[in-house]
Design a protein around this ligand. Structure first.
Ligand code: TGC
Ligand code: FAD
Length: 390
């Protein structure tokens, strides 16, 4: 196939500032030059190219919207475009950046002490230190409020006991942001450093999705952490959910990137592949699929752009973020399935990126709140009636 040709049916380019376009183009070029040449080998091996983290740091990708501490202080649209370009490469690449930025640097920046910020943010911005976010447990995924992990206060700190499951970058992280309940029944956040006695990790193998991403279990067995490792400015489920708002926003943009890649690839294939003496792109049924894809991509682009502008004005509501995450991931999954179909048998091999994106998007549909959980979040918002309560 030729180089990616971009997808912009509604001249959305004109709605972006020059700075936003420059940031996007720099990341796009980097992904094409440095990441795409290695992604197939990592996907096959089930590994993540950790050596790229400092390079991502050099480009200012980590904590890109945060102010100070070596962070780039970009606006939310520029950040979204970064996520779009990373996920055009692979959802695992976007995941690494989402977790580092939205789920680890953000809570340290928003809820941390000055000492915690100084210790972690500059090194994480440079990609020298890696973080992970431990919320999900074996028995509590969609319902994190029921978590079993406990933090018990001692004279000089806290003792953690419990298990976190499905944690991106768990085994390679220098620091884990871990959510646990104390005796008052409230949820608090703690920074647990790699190597702390009583803290161990185990990688999850056998994944057919997000293969170029590390996913781990975190186990805490009488794990003692010092007092100063508790995040001082968060209490209750709203703390971790506030982090999820950041990461879900990035996913909504990232899904557009995956969809743009599979669409452009399928379009080029349909223009070249000949059956019955004509390019398959000349058949009405194939055109219908391609038209459906680009229409939905265009709607998703407009949804994200407006969400980003609202976020920059401080007006984006979590329920609006839910709508973008829910819609755009479903859109990308549908686009990947259609693109896979258009390639026929060729669609099942990793020489073409489509099956990799399709499998990845099955995870993206589930993590950061499943499609159905986001449906119920929006349902609660518009009806005023709560589907989750007892
Ligand atoms: P609920 O009563 O609704 O809320 C409890 C408190 O939280 C506040 N709140 C929020 N705050 C900020 N942002 C949001 N989005 C918020 N949603 C709710 C709420 O106001 C309340 O505050 P307060 O002060 O009144 O107590 O809680 P609930 O127990 O009914 O649960 C609601 C529900 C189901 C929506 C929530 O639990 C949920 O979102 N579940 C989905 C779990 C999830 O998304 N997990 C993701 C784990 S991390 C991950 O997947 C990383 S993937 C990483 C990668 O990219 O690789
Ligand atoms: P469940 O909650 O058991 O849901 C199973 C099914 O039941 C879903 O279809 C769901 O929609 C449905 N369901 C549940 N409740 C309701 C309801 N009230 N109404 C209707 N349907 C409902 N977590 C982290 O904390 N940190 C990470 O870094 C992280 N990374 C991940 C990486 C990968 C590759 C994956 C796959 C997951 C990751 N997760 C992470 C976990 C992810 O957030 C959870 O998988 C997700 O929140 C869903 O939880 P669950 O898998 O336990 O499914």
């Amino acid at each position: 196939m030729e180089k990616f040709r971009g997808v912009d049916y509604y001249e959305i380019e004109g709605l972006l500032s020059e700075d936003e376009r420059m940031v996007r183009d720099a990341v796009r070029d980097w992904v094409e030059a440095e990441f795409l040449p290695v992604v197939i080998e990592h996907h096959r091996a089930g590994t993540f190219p950790l050596d790229l983290m400092p390079k991502l740091g050099e480009m200012g990708i980590f904590g890109a919207t945060l102010q100070g501490y070596g962070c780039a202080g970009l606006n939310n649209v520029a950040y979204g475009l970064i996520m779009q370009e990373l996920e055009r490469g692979d959802s695992g690449l976007r995941s690494a950046a989402s977790v580092q930025s939205g789920l680890v640097m953000y809570p340290i920046h928003a809820y941390g002490s000055e000492a915690q910020k100084e210790q972690w943010l500059p090194a994480m911005a440079r990609g020298e230190k890696i973080g992970c976010f431990g919320l999900t447990e074996p028995d509590h995924g969609s319902d994190p409020g029921g978590m079993k992990t406990r933090a018990v206060r001692t004279t000089d700190g806290y003792v953690l006991n419990g298990t976190k499951l499905w944690i991106t970058n768990g085994s390679v992280a220098d620091v884990a942001v871990v959510w646990a309940k104390e005796a008052d029944g409230e949820i608090y956040g703690y920074l647990v450093e790699r190597g702390t006695p009583g803290f161990s990790t185990l990688d999850i193998h056998g994944k057919f999705s997000m293969r170029a991403s590390i996913t781990s279990e975190l186990a805490f067995q009488d794990c003692q952490i010092p007092l100063e490792n508790k995040l001082p400015h968060t209490k209750g489920l709203r703390g971790p959910l506030g982090c999820l708002d950041q990461a879900r926003y990035g996913i909504a943009w990232g899904a557009i990137g995956a969809a743009m890649t599979v669409y452009d690839w399928a379009l080029q294939y349909a223009q070249q592949r000949v059956q019955f003496g004509k390019p398959i792109g000349s058949f009405q049924l194939v055109q219908q699929k391609l038209v459906g894809m680009i229409t939905e991509i265009t709607k998703a682009q407009l949804l994200c752009l407006q969400l980003g502008r609202l976020k920059d004005e401080g007006k984006a509501r979590p329920q609006q973020v839910s709508m973008a995450k829910m819609n755009n991931v479903q859109m990308a999954l549908d686009a990947a399935r259609l693109a896979r179909d258009i390639l026929g048998a060729a669609g099942i091999v990793d020489e073409h990126p489509i099956i990799r994106h399709l499998m990845n998007l099955e995870t993206v549909n589930t993590y950061e709140g499943t499609h159905d959980i986001h449906t119920l979040i929006i349902g609660r918002d518009i009806t005023g009636l709560d589907a989750f309560g007892m």
